[in-house]
Design a binder for this molecule. Structure first.
Ligand SMILES: [Zn+2]
Length: 273
């Protein structure tokens, strides 16, 4: 069987660089995630159409809107199954009205007026087969988002669509507060994934397992920065955490996600007075 091609589609719309993927088999294509915006989803669709093969299905890795917002554009007018774990499916449905409240003012019409959702629920460890493309899901539960999963090319198990378990060295979103299970998922994947595995992350370039180590250090640095800040004055504390993280990682890439996370983390850690 021919090896599968993996095309990375990066959307930079709305100042939010995010990846979706198109897996190209002999007779068709499977999408992995769908970016945040209307134009991101349209770009992904155009890219799939340019490959000249039918879209056989889509999988959604986790419950954050920068990965399912563009789905409605990708599948519009098509009867294409969209797969997710039960937890990913349920959390997207549950939280979408809240995401609408938050994202509409931030992104205006670039946040789709109506969103599409997963249609087919898959169990942990289950494999889906679409043409000659087979993908096996691992349900990780809450990690970076309230519901995360990774998808492995079943016949090429060193190629893994790793959601946002490890960003590729950009700032990160911690506002959902599941840093303990997130760290546990990192430890689990480090133990379970074979050396030489390529991770296809939700943000940044394909990378090796070393980004799991990087992600662990990022989370620990952020937690330490929030704990160390003097929360008698919340505004100063917040600024000090942001400054410390920007010194640790001198990059603007997705810095707004980190900045949005400081106060929710402080609340979660019980340090904000
Ligand atoms: Zn993301």
């Amino acid at each position: 069987m021919a090896s599968l091609l993996v095309h990375r589609h990066r959307s930079d719309d709305a100042n939010t660089p995010v990846n979706a993927y198109l897996i190209e088999g002999s007779d068709g294509i499977v999408g992995v995630d769908a970016t945040l915006t209307v134009s991101g989803g349209r770009g992904l669709r155009a890219r799939a159409e340019a490959l000249g093969k039918p879209l056989l299905g889509v999988v959604v890795t986790h419950a954050h809107p920068d990965h399912y917002g563009g789905l409605v554009e990708l599948v519009a007018g098509r009867d294409v199954p969209v797969f997710a774990t039960k937890r990913v499916h349920d959390v997207i449905r549950r939280d979408d009205p809240v995401k609408e409240q938050i994202l509409r003012p931030m992104f205006g019409d670039q946040w789709p007026a109506a969103r599409a959702f997963p249609t087919d629920v898959v169990a942990d460890g289950e494999t889906i087969e679409l043409g000659d493309i087979a993908l096996t899901v691992t349900d990780l539960g809450p990690s970076e988002s309230p519901a995360d999963s990774i998808w492995t090319l079943t016949r090429e198990p060193r190629r893994v669509f790793s959601a946002d378990i490890a960003y590729d060295r950009t700032h990160c979103y911690l506002a959902d507060g599941f840093y303990e299970p997130w760290l546990a998922s990192i430890h689990r994947l480090r133990a379970e994934l074979a050396p030489g595995t390529t991770l296809h992350p939700g943000h940044g370039e394909p990378a090796g397992l070393e980004i799991l180590d990087w992600q662990e250090r990022y989370l620990e640095t952020m937690l330490e920065a929030v704990r160390d800040a003097d929360w008698d004055d919340p505004a100063t504390a917040q600024a000090s955490v942001i400054a410390r993280m920007r010194t640790w990682l001198p990059s603007d890439q997705l810095a707004f996600l980190m900045e949005l996370s400081v106060r929710p983390l402080a609340e979660r850690l019980g340090v904000e007075s």
